[in-house]
Design a binder for this molecule. Structure first.
Ligand code: NAD
Length: 481
């Protein structure tokens, strides 16, 4: 029962101004365990009035937090990182229980969450302006000031880390935040917010309001008193969020979906290519924006690569995340239905998969790791984001065709290259239309490296040093001497 007790309460409230409070309408959302279908807990569902209350609290907390000497914000955020590390085991179990992912993956994500607070703690006192030479009669300098209240909409696939991804730089830059976690996975964010408060973050600086996308999410992103929106989620919702932000003349950062190609050249280490493919698509059961969901392999090595891939995929264990298998369940019954429709579509348009292809007849929302081969790059299953453990493999004749097929997508989040030819690696990296290029390792990079999308995969970049400026506004001061 140690796992179940990670979710400590039968009911969670909204986290506003450092207190746990019920929703004004009294409505709650049930949070399910996707490995069993059982209800884990209930969480308050914020109404419009609750969203306004959270925004107003964040606005009141803003001046005091922004006025802190930056190195004090550094110290506070380091204490938050430390508190997350101290409670890493409980947080990982929460992530596994509400999202379904294997425990070892959840532990990695909690480590990334702590590291993210640590990284931006280190940036808080390095937000430097510049001096601009206008001649001896002037002194001109810039200041990077906080925006005010930042709104963060978080999806369910990596709830604890994606919460930290935009909140940590926003707080480091002196903003206060209101976060709406996904309906399926609110407990991780609520728990981190409470730990942050215990670690010394002042009340009202970080508020978490679970609730429905439309009622709580849209109310937050269109609220007149917020100053910036960071949205991570689907393209369809991202467009709605962007419209609301633009109509309020607010900053908006969108981290959206992908259909990321992995190019396997004939000079690649094929064993490694298979390993990276498997982790790239089956991590978190394929529910990763940067999944390697579309492999393109050179004809000369296609058969050998595919044989090795099928062996590896057939050997993957599937089961409840708490048992730490290779692949856990999908997040919900509804999402499993959506993925199952893509399995049917694949069968109709491509033929039987080489491996997998079915949902599992057991409690919970399991789908077999699946590989479709010889998939035409124009087909829907090669163009649409499935967001499940479903890989398509296509073939190319030469480098030019590889790049053309890889770029033939409306997305541009990630692209990967497996090759031992260093010239080819850099040439292809230059020619691929994606925000991240992974060479010889999928999911390469980390908190320190910029992450975001070309084309319909988003607007702006998270991670790395420049992301702090997503949450600042630039002021120029010009003094006539
Ligand atoms: P989603 O768009 O359905 O939901 C995301 C969040 O938006 C949830 O919190 C939801 O409640 C909220 N929401 C829904 N309607 C809203 C509205 N009208 N206004 C404001 N908020 C609203 O996405 P999802 O299915 O939860 O997430 C999966 C998608 O997220 C995939 O497309 C995936 O690729 C993408 N994603 C992208 C990244 C990235 O960094 N680029 C990371 C993770 C996930």
């Amino acid at each position: 029962m140690a796992q179940a007790s990670a979710i400590e309460s039968e009911e969670y409230g909204l986290w506003i101004d450092g207190t746990d409070r019920p929703a004004s309408g009294g409505r709650t959302l049930a949070v399910e365990n996707p490995a069993t279908g059982e209800v884990l807990t209930h969480v308050a569902a914020a109404t419009e009035a609750d969203v306004s209350a959270a925004v107003s609290v964040a606005a009141s907390a803003c001046d005091e937090w922004a006025a802190r000497v930056p190195k004090e914000r550094t110290r506070t955020l380091l204490a938050v990182a430390e508190a997350i590390r101290e409670h890493a085991d409980r947080l990982a179990r929460i992530e596994t229980l509400e999202n379904g992912k294997p425990l070892s993956e959840a532990r990695d994500q909690v480590r990334r969450c702590a590291r993210h607070f640590e990284y931006y703690a280190g940036e808080a006192d390095k937000i430097e302006g510049e001096s601009i030479p206008l001649g001896d009669d002037y002194v001109d300098y810039t200041r990077h000031e906080p925006l005010g209240v930042t709104a963060h909409i978080v999806p369910w696939n990596v709830p604890i880390y994606l919460f930290a991804r935009s909140v940590a730089p926003a707080l480091a830059a002196g903003n206060t935040a209101v976060v709406k976690p996904a309906e399926e996975t609110p407990v991780g964010a609520l728990t981190v917010a409470r730990l942050a408060e215990e670690a010394g973050l002042p009340s009202g600086v970080l508020n978490v309001i679970p609730g429905d996308g439309v009622e709580a999410g849209a109310t937050l992103t269109s609220h007149p008193d917020i100053d910036c929106v960071t949205f991570t989620g689907s393209g369809a919702t991202g467009r709605e969020v962007a419209k609301a932000a633009v109509s309020n003349v607010n900053e908006v950062h969108l981290e959206l979906g992908g259909k990321s190609p992995l190019l396997v050249f004939p000079d690649a280490d094929l064993g490694r290519a298979v390993e990276e493919t498997v982790s790239g698509i089956f991590t978190n059961a394929g529910q990763v924006c940067s999944a390697s969901s579309r492999v393109l392999v050179n004809e000369a090595v296609h058969d050998e690569y595919v044989d090795r891939l099928v062996d590896a995929v057939a050997g993957l264990s599937v089961g409840p995340g708490v048992d730490d298998p290779d692949v856990g369940p999908l997040v919900s019954g509804e999402h499993r239905e959506r993925v199952a429709e893509y399995l049917d579509l694949g069968r109709e348009t491509v033929g039987d998969p080489l491996v997998g292809g079915d949902t599992l007849d057991r409690p919970g929302y399991f789908v077999e790791p699946t590989v479709f081969d010889r998939v035409d790059n124009d087909s829907r299953i090669a163009q649409e984001e499935v967001f499940g453990p479903v890989l398509t493999v296509g073939a190319f004749a030469d480098e030019a065709e590889a790049v053309r097929l890889a770029n033939d997508t409306r997305y541009g989040l990630v692209a990967g290259v497996m090759t031992r030819d260093v010239g080819r690696a850099h040439r292809v990296a230059r020619d691929l239309d994606a925000g991240q290029i992974y060479v010889n390792e999928w999911f390469a990079g980390g908190n320190e490296t910029p992450f975001g999308g070309y084309k319909e995969s988003g607007i702006g970049r998270e991670n790395g040093r420049q992301a702090i400026h997503n949450y600042t506004q630039l002021k120029n001061v010009c003094v006539r001497l």
